[in-house]
Write a protein that binds this ligand. Structure first.
Ligand SMILES: NC(=O)c1ccc[n+]([C@@H]2O[C@H](COP(=O)([O-])OP(=O)(O)OC[C@H]3O[C@@H](n4cnc5c(N)ncnc54)[C@H](O)[C@@H]3O)[C@@H](O)[C@H]2O)c1
Length: 294
């Protein structure tokens, strides 16, 4: 089986920076591509902060943190991905954007490299089939924060070869993740179940069943969840969640996947959750408070 040594990560947002960090921690050389220097600085700032915190807490040594950072190179040039053995994309959840990106990457990266998408909801085949290597294309779906969450769903498209699928499983395990194979059905296992749950929480709020914090507190105390569903939605990013809903709704045509009006209005207002400082909660103070605007 082709050995993976050099990993390209495209997109350094919420997920991409975590995937880059986890990959470098597992000993891979990482090339991270973002759109411009500002986005690269933001991404590397987050990785540096997390590594510094691990050293402070005694979970890592300064030498290890330095070595991890040294294994990550950054670029806004697709050309630097040419020698990668595996390229994982974690750009925004938009099929046209992902296809445009793969067109560039497919033309540059060596033909024997594997490609993987971290999409939360899009069927993998819709990306794989548009590249010159559908048999070397698979899904590697990490969870947020990728540094902490144990699961990686490894998704086999109808075109994915045994070699590529095994390489994906092995890659996730080399990062000490639990690799769970899933079929290429929109939403895979976790989001198929989790997204309707978060949407139901928004509908419960709309119907006045409880306030934002009452719904969250109830699910924490009553179902033993570490985080309430509305806090979780803010954490995922409401823009990402909106895109996931649209994909799932298009695919299954079921009301349970439709965006509730409250979510749609929040997206129009630019309230994307923690990443913009406002979502179901307002994050501008010392601790989050329910957003009075919704
Ligand atoms: N947010 C989550 O909880 C979560 C969990 C698992 C998977 N995902 C999936 O991961 C992907 C990324 O989500 P996110 O939450 O990290 O989004 P995000 O908005 O935090 O980050 C996306 C990043 O991609 C960058 N980008 C856009 N086009 C690019 C390109 N052509 N080249 C390089 N960089 C580019 C943007 O500048 C941005 O920094 C999506 O497909 C999403 O569905 C998200």
């Amino acid at each position: 089986m082709a050995e993976i040594k050099r990993v390209g990560v495209i997109g350094g947002g919420l997920m991409g920076h975590g995937i880059a960090q986890v990959s470098a921690t597992a000993g891979y050389d990482v090339v991270l591509r973002e759109v411009d220097q500002g986005a690269i600085d933001k991404c590397m700032g987050k990785i540096q902060k997390q590594l510094a915190r691990a050293v402070e807490k005694g979970k890592s040594t300064q030498e290890d943190a330095d070595a991890i950072l040294a294994r990550i190179t950054t670029t806004s040039d697709y050309g630097e991905l040419a020698d990668c053995d595996l390229v994982i994309e974690a750009i925004s959840e938009s099929l046209p954007a992902k296809l445009e990106m793969w067109k560039e990457v497919d033309a540059i990266v060596k033909p024997e490299a594997f490609f993987a998408s971290n999409t939360s909801s899009l069927a993998i085949i819709d990306q794989a089939a548009q590249t010159s290597r559908p048999e070397r294309f698979l899904g590697l779906h990490y969870f947020n924060p990728a540094q902490v969450m144990k699961l990686v769903e490894v998704i086999r498209a109808v075109t994915t070869s045994d070699e590529a699928f095994e390489a994906g499983l092995e890659f996730a395990r080399s990062q000490k993740k639990l690799a769970i194979p899933t079929k290429d059905k929109a939403g895979f296992i976790v989001n198929r179940l989790l997204v309707p749950y978060m949407l139901d929480a928004i509908r419960a709020y709309e119907e006045g069943v409880g306030s934002v914090d009452e719904i969250d507190d109830a699910m924490k105390a009553g179902a033993g969840h570490p985080m309430g569903p509305l806090t979780l939605a803010d954490f995922v990013g409401l823009d990402t969640m909106g895109s996931i809903c649209d994909v799932l709704f298009d695919e299954f045509r079921e009301r349970r996947f439709a965006q509730p009006p409250t979510l749609r209005k929040m997206l129009s207002a630019g309230w994307y959750g923690r990443k913009t400082g406002k979502g179901f909660y307002d994050y501008s103070g010392e601790s989050p408070v329910p957003n009075p605007g919704i």
